[in-house]
Write a new protein. Structure first.
Length: 153
């Protein structure tokens, strides 16, 4: 009888192990079904992408220097303002024939029309008025205070 009880006991343990192993398989499958965690990560990534997209709403445009002069300052201001802000020249000099990126400060708000003032090393300056930054991608400035829209949105 003892032999049968030991075999029955081993059989019960073996079945318990098999059943327990199957339960872990279900847990694994449930873990795999927890793909919503990945969805949450994707949603977070989408929010980051959306934030990046909204950051591209910042007004900026490229300016090509066709003045024949090396410039030392570039100032922009909303067209309705009567004063110039800070020099926005990203480098110390803006060589003739080169191009710079002008990023309009967020404190200017949503206005589209801007004026630009440039100065050269001798203290001379040229003012460009009513530049539409909302439709502008690339602007060429000339020594006679005119400008050309080289590329628009």
């Amino acid at each position: 009888m003892k032999k049968h009880s030991i075999q029955a006991f081993v059989l019960i343990i073996a079945m318990f192990i098999i059943i327990s192993g199957c339960g872990k398989g279900k847990e694994t499958s449930q873990t795999n079904e927890k793909a919503p965690t990945k969805t949450t990560e994707t949603k977070t990534e989408s929010k980051t992408e959306t934030k990046t997209e909204s950051q591209t709403d910042e007004l900026f445009f490229d300016v090509s220097n066709n003045t024949g002069l090396t410039l030392v300052d570039v100032f922009v201001s909303p067209a309705e303002e009567n004063h110039w802000g800070n020099d926005i020249l990203p480098n110390n000099l803006f060589e003739n024939g080169s191009t710079i990126r002008v990023t309009l400060p967020p404190e200017f708000g949503k206005t589209c029309m801007f004026d630009m003032k440039i100065t050269d090393g001798a203290g001379g300056h040229i003012t460009f008025t009513n530049i539409d930054a909302c439709k502008l991608i690339k602007l060429k400035i000339n020594s006679d205070a005119t400008f050309d829209y080289l590329q628009t949105k």
